[in-house]
Each structure stands twice: as C-alpha cells, then as structure tokens.
Design a protein around this ligand. Structure first.
Ligand SMILES: Nc1nc2c(ncn2[C@@H]2O[C@H](COP(=O)(O)OP(=O)(O)OP(=O)(O)O)[C@@H](O)[C@H]2O)c(=O)[nH]1
Length: 298
C-alpha cells in the first residue's frame, strides 16, 4: 500500500430514474443494486466496494430523494440525508436527455450544503448527440460550483473509468477500510429480499407500484450428499388481497415463475444451490403502519 492510498465513501444522488443504480452496477461490476425502469425502486442502502491498487471506493446506493407522501417516504428521506452527511464524495446524477428542473436544483442546494465534495455526473450520454451533451454540461456548470463535472454512460461504459478516477481523487488519504475480497457489506438477507422483490414486481409494476415488501424469515444451509444447498424461507407482503391474487396468479402459476426467477438470481449471488420457499401475506397498509415498517426493516 502506498503512502497516498485513498479510501472513503461515495454515493450517487439525483431524481428518480437518473441512473444511479445502473451506474453503481457499472462501477462495481456485479449486480448488487436493484434497477428498474420505474422510479423509486432503490429501497435499501447498498454498498459496493471498488478495490484499486491506490484506492478503495465504497459506494453507498441511496434511495431516491423525493417529497414525502407517507411515513415510509419520510423515513427514506431521513435515511438519505444521513447518508449524505457520512460520505466523502457525492455524485449528483443528471440525465443528459432530460431538462434540468426544480427537483435537480432542490437536491443540488441540499447536497452542496454538505461537507462532502460534489461531483456532477451527466448520465445516459449514449442517448443524445455530442452537441446536446455539451449543452447539458454547460447548463449543469451554471447550477452550482461543483468540484468536477463528468459526462458518462453506464450502459455503453463510456467515461465510467474517468468518473471513478475523479471520485477517487476526492477520497481522503486513509488506510484500506475493507478487506480485498469484499464486494459488499450489505447483509445477504437484504440482497436476497431485494431479488425476490424484483422478481415479484416483474411484469406487474403498474398494478403493484410500491406495495410490495419482502422479509427473509429464515436461511439454513443444508449439507446434502452432493454438496451444500441454501434453504431460504421468504414472505412477500402486499397491502390488499387483490394484490395477493396478482402475485400468486392463476392456480399459483405466477408465484412459481417468481420463485424460479428469484431462485436463479439468488443462486448466482450466493454461488450455491438454492431452495426457495415463498409465501404471500397481506399486511394492510404496511406503508403507513410504523409497526409493520419496523418488521419489514424500514
Ligand atoms: N441508455 C441508457 N439508459 C440508462 C443509463 N443508465 C440508466 N439507464 C436506464 O434508466 C433507467 C433508470 O435507471 P436506474 O439506474 O434504475 O435509475 P435510479 O436513479 O437508480 O432510479 P431510482 O431507483 O428510481 O432512484 C433504467 O431503465 C436504466 O436502464 C445509461 O447510461 N444509458
């Protein structure tokens, strides 16, 4: 380790759908944050760690910051603010293909008041012409006095390495904070729950926008003759019985598909054979009931 080794925390912020999760995945190179083309799917703070010879960049993936509508919304915003106050660098994501709006300005004011360095990231540059990228860079430059401005595309990979260099530059000199082989310190249960939730939402996002939560009840490792197998018991919570019917599908057909998809993803994550036991339960109005929120891990 060199004397000028740097290590520290960074997070991406920005309006829903700005590309924060996709960028995190592009940097870490493993599916740790859940993405979707629907806003506000990133519920949990997920860390990914990028190890380089001269630095360690620890990415904290925050949920979208938005106007709170209920208890859950308020909790999420508190969580986001807490994250902002703890990181060394904040990457403000602004899509190249959308006009800067009041939401972006609001977030910019909030984060430039933090002690962290703020790097503006113009995302999704693969979607627009070079001229439009240049225009967006200028518009972003007029918004605030950012430490840096980096255009990139998480999908084509263009400039992602430059972004990593820039973010790492603003980390404090520090000893290594995590062991070399660690990619994430997010508890596996949370990641497993996210994979089940993602599978359960697949294809029915319009009907079940934010009404699904998943709790992992139990995880056991079985020692079978032909090797170990992870046995997972998960419960999918919905708010109404009509939603339960959607998740389960005709004669349980949809739930079986959800189980198969989730099991494959979990097996990839754990690098092990997986048995997944899924149950769907109705927890009326869990989003506004503090008792449920606590039980569901919010
Ligand atoms: N073409 C293109 N699409 C992208 C890029 N980055 C993200 N997207 C797409 O934009 C959508 C939103 O991306 P996410 O990474 O989920 O956005 P997010 O900011 O994490 O969204 P929330 O979780 O809602 O806050 C997805 O459909 C992505 O595939 C990019 O660089 N290029």
């Amino acid at each position: 380790m060199t004397d000028d080794y740097r290590a520290g925390f960074a997070c991406f912020v920005g309006r829903p759908n700005a590309g924060k999760s996709t960028l995190t995945n592009a940097i870490i190179g493993s599916k740790i944050a859940i993405t979707s083309n629907r806003p506000q799917t990133t519920r949990h703070v997920v860390r990914g760690i990028l190890h380089r010879p001269d630095s360690q960049l620890i990415l904290v993936d925050t949920p979208g910051y938005h106007k709170p509508k209920n208890v859950l919304g308020k909790r999420l915003n508190e969580e986001v603010r807490e994250t902002w106050s703890e990181v060394d660098v904040i990457g403000l994501c602004i899509p190249a293909n959308e006009k800067i709006g009041p939401g972006d300005r609001y977030i910019t004011r909030e984060i430039t008041a933090q002690k962290a360095k703020v790097v503006a990231v113009v995302t999704k540059i693969d979607l627009v012409s070079k001229t439009d990228v240049a225009k967006q860079l200028m518009a972003v430059n007029d918004m605030a006095d950012f430490a840096d401005i980096v255009p990139c595309s998480a999908v084509s990979g263009e400039q992602v390495d430059v972004l990593v260099d820039v973010l790492s530059k603003y980390l404090p000199t520090s000893p290594q904070l995590y062991p070399d082989d660690m990619i994430t310190d997010e508890p596996e249960r949370v990641m497993i729950a996210e994979l089940v939730r993602e599978a359960a939402l697949e294809g029915v996002r319009d009907e079940l926008p934010h009404s699904i939560a998943v709790v992992i009840e139990d995880v056991e490792i079985e020692d079978l003759e032909d090797g170990p197998r992870t046995k997972i018991y998960a419960e999918i919570y919905v708010e109404r019985s009509s939603q339960k019917a959607i998740v389960i599908g005709k004669a349980g057909s949809r739930l079986r598909t959800v189980g198969t998809h989730a099991r494959k993803e979990i097996a990839k994550l754990l690098n092990q054979r997986v048995y997944l036991d899924l149950h769907v339960r109705v927890a009326k109005d869990w989003q506004t009931n503090p008792k449920y929120l606590q039980r569901l891990g919010f």
